[in-house]
Structure formats: structure tokens, C-alpha cells
Design a protein around this ligand. Structure first.
Ligand code: GLU
Length: 491
């Protein structure tokens, strides 16, 4: 049995960001690969910005992604006594000291430094106080923060599992705050106290925390606690190589869920943001990820969040869903878009037709949302003619009368099946002296509103005779009433 223990420690000041989800995933994969334990910790000590409903949303996103934890959630807000005790013990061992500088004093010193273009770092005013002065100020009841005392000289280094050797000179660090004067612990105090108490062996987190690590290592040393292994994960950038932000589109896991991305696809996509599985495979099952995941194989180069790739991956995953998996997802999506498919009177035949439509479109769906978006016409008579499709396939002046004539042929087609409807269309094209393609493309727009759709005759058969005839007629009427090919909704 090994004692590998890792943690994922989100702050509930926002939704679960894709970067946070990638951190959670790598911790999860590492724990599962090593047979270790994953702890979930909620870093909710920032009372102004932390919200319980955000914690709930984060937990839901993790569950949706399938990232389960073995211990926790542990709430930092319930451990304040422990942080106070730790700050006190650092003070009694001389590794920390009370700081009486007021925010105003610090602010004006900082402003002065900035005006003189000097880098600002706490100047150590209270570090130099004599015991007597300190006791006097405390006795006066002056509010005090607690600062960590950085050693005067030397340096701190560590071997990052991803970034390699990292070291910092102590003179470049400042005496940072552990406890604020209002009694609230800072991030450093909470994180180190918890990682020690939870016996965390590996800290796997975003590269934005690299600069925090030397300070935290100094705390471990001061507390004579074993130092965990650190692995920092590369930053995630947008396609313009800037740090991923809302400017680049959705950044929360919940938003991708709403957009119809499958959790398996998102997990696969996130796994590759910094890690290349053996064989450079792109589509990797969870089992393969767990089997092959290796912190040492994580790259330190920034990872680019490529939405096109996510869309491709999602369509791959959608294509491989079984009907039993796909149908309920589509039903939920349609219901959410106000396109109910399950009316209580739905007979077996309608049920079967619904299934046929969903499966017919499966290989074309990039997200589940497509079913209520571009595929809407398959589920509802109210749909719009897509402007690009109209421009491309309805420009010929004869289209209205051709569609009208086709409606008559479709009404008469018997049997109304693939071969019968195709023969009807081709015969009409020949009689009218037009290419069958012209009629096929024009009909596709009439029936689905779109320029691309599955094979027209399959579409015709699943839509059914009555609907096909009605839609062809409606398109002809529409074209006659708006000769300039306006694209207003068909209904
Ligand atoms: N709460 C921190 C964050 O959300 C995590 C800090 C850590 O992993 O040490 O970035």
C-alpha cells in the first residue's frame, strides 16, 4: 500500500474554470494511477467573495465530469482555530512576528516606491521591533497582522516534477502576511496548515502558484514538517497565446455542459492540455488515461485551448454513443429548448421515427445542442431558412415553381420510401430539364432550412409524406411572397 495523497483545492469565488478542472483531473488521474487518495478542499476563507452556491456548483461540475474524491470536502472556513494556532506557534518559535503597520501606512509607502520606480516589498518596520515595543503595542490593543519572517540570507530551491529545478534568493522574498489584523488567515497559512494536517504528499496545481511555493517551503521548514513533492501544471492560453479568459469564449465547465459538450469529451480534451499520452493518441479512454498518466510526462510549455479541437473531439464522442445513451441527452436538450418530443400520446411509430431522426443526425452533431439548433427542423415545423443556404440554393428564379411541382410529385409518391421519392424527384428534374442537384439542394433548404443535412431522401423519408409536401409548398409560397429571397422564419 502506498500513501500517496493529493488534493484539489478550489476557491468558491467563481464557477469551476476549465483550468481548475484540468488541475482536478490531473490530481484525480495521478491518485487513481498510483492507488492513492484524492482530497477535496474548499478554500472559502475569503468571506466577501466566497459563496456557498458556488461551492455547490463546483461540486456538481466535478461530479458531472466523473471526478470523484475520497476525502472531504473539507472547508477551510471551519478550521480557523487551527490556523490561529499555527500562526501563534510560528510566532513563538520566532518564525513570525506581529505587524502593526496600518493599511494606510503600507499603501503610502507602496505609492512612494512606485513613484520612485522602486519595486515595493514590505520594508520590515515591525520585524525590527524590540520585544518591549512589541509587548507595549500589543498591550495597547493595537490591531496586528502576523507576518512570516523570511531568513536574512540564502535561498530556497525545489525540484518541480514538471518545471525542474527552481530556486529563489531570500532577498527577493518579502515577509508575507499569514494572518490579517482582522484575524483572517491568508492563502499561504490555510494551504500549508491543511496540506500538513491532511498529510498531502504531492501538491499538483497551476503554474500560477510557482512563486508561492518557496514561501510555503519555508513555512514547512519552520514547522519542521515533511515537504511534499510539487508539480505545477502549464498555463492554459487562448488561441491568441494570451492567458485564457472570458474574451476567448466560455471558460467554465458548466457553460460547456450547457453547450452540449459531453463530459467524456471534455475530460479527454482537458487531459491533453499539458499531457501527451503514449503513442500521441488523441482519443483516450478514461481507463487508458488512468493506466498511462505520469506527472513526469506533463509538459511545461503553455497549453493552447483550441475550441475547434474540442468541437471535433465532442463530435467523435457523440458518434460513438449508443442509442440508449444518446436519446435521453437529445430529449433533454429539446425539452430545454421548448421542443418537447415526448407527448403522452406518442405512439410506437412516432417513437421509432424520433429514434431514427436522432440516429440519422448523430454523425453530424458537433454538440448535443445542434439538435435544437441547426437540426431544429427535424423536430419542429417552426424553423428559419438559413440565410447562406437561401443565397446559395434558392437564387434561381424557377425554384418556387419547381418546389411546387415537387410537392405534387411527393404527394403522389407511392411507396413513400427512399427509392420511390428519389425516382419522383429525378423524373421531375428530367421533365423540367434541370439538374437533379438543383432540385435536391433547393428541397434541402425547404425541408430543413439548412444547406447541409443528411442525404435528402433519408431526410424525406424520416420527415414523412405529409410534412414533406407541406414544407415544399410552404417554401414555394414563401419564395413567391418575398421575391428577394428574404430569410424570415418559415412559419
Ligand atoms: N485555492 C487555490 C486556487 O484556487 C489553490 C491553491 C493550491 O492548490 O495550493 O488557486
Amino acid at each position: 500500500m502506498n500513501n500517496i495523497r493529493v488534493r484539489f483545492a478550489p476557491s468558491p469565488t467563481g464557477y469551476l474554470h476549465v483550468g481548475g478542472a484540468r488541475t482536478a483531473l490531473y490530481n484525480w488521474l495521478f491518485a487513481r494511477h498510483m492507488g492513492g487518495v484524492l482530497i477535496l478542499r474548499i478554500e472559502d476563507t475569503d468571506v466577501d467573495r466566497s459563496k456557498p452556491e458556488l461551492t455547490t456548483a463546483i461540486l456538481e461540475s466535478l461530479e458531472w465530469l466523473g471526478l470523484n474524491w475520497d476525502e472531504g470536502p473539507i472547508y477551510q472556513s471551519q478550521r480557523l482555530d487551527r490556523y490561529h494556532a499555527m500562526a501563534l506557534s510560528l510566532q513563538s518559535s520566532g518564525h513570525a512576528y506581529p505587524c502593526f503597520c496600518t493599511p494606510e501606512e503600507l499603501q503610502s509607502k507602496r505609492a512612494k516606491a512606485e513613484a520612485e520606480r522602486r519595486p515595493w516589498k514590505y520594508d520590515g518596520t515591525c520585524r525590527a521591533l524590540s520585544h518591549a515595543d512589541r509587548d507595549r503595542l500589543l498591550a495597547e490593543g493595537r490591531p496586528a497582522a502576523v507576518r512570516f519572517r523570511i531568513p536574512d540570507s540564502g535561498k530556497t530551491s525545489f525540484e518541480d516534477q514538471v518545471f525542474g529545478h527552481i530556486e529563489v534568493e531570500h532577498r527577493d522574498l518579502e515577509d508575507f502576511v499569514l494572518l490579517r489584523s482582522d484575524g483572517h488567515p491568508t492563502y499561504h497559512l490555510g494551504v500549508v496548515a491543511d496540506d500538513i494536517d491532511l498529510r498531502v504528499t504531492h501538491v499538483v496545481r497551476g503554474a500560477d502558484h510557482i512563486s508561492n511555493t518557496p514561501k510555503q517551503i519555508l513555512m514547512y521548514q519552520a514547522l519542521e514538517a515533511p515537504i511534499p513533492v510539487f508539480a505545477h501544471l502549464p498555463l492554459i492560453l487562448g488561441p491568441d497565446k494570451q492567458r485564457l479568459s472570458k474574451r476567448h469564449g466560455a471558460t467554465s465547465v458548466g457553460a460547456y455542459r450547457e453547450q452540449g459538450v459531453l463530459p467524456q469529451a471534455l475530460v479527454n480534451f482537458l487531459a491533453l492540455l499539458g499531457w501527451t499520452p503514449p503513442g500521441q493518441k488523441e482519443i483516450v479512454t478514461i481507463e487508458e488515461m488512468i493506466r498511462d498518466f505520469d506527472l513526469g510526462a506533463v509538459s511545461k510549455s503553455n497549453a493552447v485551448f483550441d475550441l475547434e479541437k474540442l468541437a471535433w473531439m465532442n463530435s467523435e464522442y457523440i458518434r460513438h454513443l449508443s442509442p440508449e445513451q444518446l436519446l435521453p441527452l437529445v430529449e433533454r436538450e429539446l425539452a430545454g429548448a421548448g421542443l418537447p418530443v415526448r407527448d403522452p400520446g406518442m405512439g410506437v411509430q412516432e417513437e421509432e421515427r424520433f429514434k431514427q431522426i436522432v440516429l440519422l443526425l448523430q454523425s453530424r452533431a458537433r454538440t448535443i445542442q445542434d439538435y435544437a439548433g441547426p437540426f431544429r427542423a427535424f423536430f419542429n415545423d417552426e424553423f428559419a431558412y438559413e440565410p447562406g443556404a437561401v443565397k446559395k440554393f434558392w437564387k434561381d428564379g424557377s425554384i418556387a415553381s419547381l418546389l411546387e411541382a415537387l410537392a405534387e410529385r411527393m404527394a403522389a409518391a407511392n411507396p413513400f420510401d427512399l427509392a420511390g421519392t428519389e425516382a419522383a424527384l429525378r423524373t421531375l428534374a428530367e421533365e423540367k430539364g434541370v439538374k437533379a442537384g438543383l432540385l435536391i439542394n433547393a428541397s434541402r433548404v425547404a425541408l430543413t432550412g439548412q444547406a447541409v443535412a443528411p442525404s435528402l431522401f433519408e431526410v424525406i423519408v424520416v420527415l414523412g409524406q405529409d410534412r414533406v409536401v407541406a414544407r415544399l409548398r410552404r417554401a414555394a409560397d414563401h419564395l413567391r411572397s418575398v421575391p428577394d429571397n428574404s430569410t424570415s422564419p418559415a412559419a
